[in-house]
Design a binder for this molecule. Structure first.
Ligand code: CMX
Length: 137
């Protein structure tokens, strides 16, 4: 298996979760299969599947949280892209070695029971990148 297998999900910052879910269900025919509160990240999230990729809609629960600050500054829109990787520890070590700024030095537990870590957008050509590893496969 290659280092990075696919886009695990695209994170989209929204002001109102229910309105955004309704848009994706009614207009694109996708189905929301889960709403999850992630207090640690100060967000309420909704997941919809499209092929092998998911959309993660993110509604802030605190204006000082990462999504609250993002919406205040940039408005609604694409917040991050998450890549499914084979070994998150190896990818993090490699990224740090070549000068990429890590937001998380070590993987932590994220939504959907994945191990996750973020790379700082200032050192990734402007995109907040999330690495994800599913330890159950
Ligand atoms: N994409 C691209 N650029 C971003 C960004 C994003 N999502 N979020 C912030 N930035 C940019 C800002 O525009 C700003 O740029 P300028 O200096 O040019 O203005 C810079 O990064 C710093 O932004 P900030 O508002 O001062 O925000 P912070 O430094 O406090 O935090 C970040 C930015 C990325 C380190 C923080 O949001 C973070 O740690 N994110 C990772 C965790 C996260 O996003 N969790 C929510 C999702 C959780 C989930 O998926 O479950």
């Amino acid at each position: 298996m290659e280092k990075t297998s696919h886009i695990e999900h695209i994170g989209i910052a929204v002001r109102n979760l229910e309105n955004a879910i309704s848009f994706y269900e009614k207009v694109l025919g996708l189905k929301c299969y889960k709403i999850e509160n992630v207090p640690d990240q100060k967000v309420r999230t909704a997941f919809l599947k499209v092929g092998e990729t998911k959309l993660e809609l993110l509604e802030s629960t605190d204006p000082e949280g990462p999504v609250g600050k993002f919406i205040e500054k940039k408005g609604e829109g694409i917040h991050h892209i998450a890549f499914a990787v084979k070994s998150i520890e190896e990818q993090l070590a490699h990224a740090a070695k070549i000068g990429v700024q890590l937001i998380d030095n070590h993987p932590r537990k994220g939504a959907e029971d994945l191990e996750i870590a973020f790379l700082h957008p200032k050192t990734t050509a402007g995109v907040l990148i999330e690495l994800c590893e599913d330890k159950h496969i």
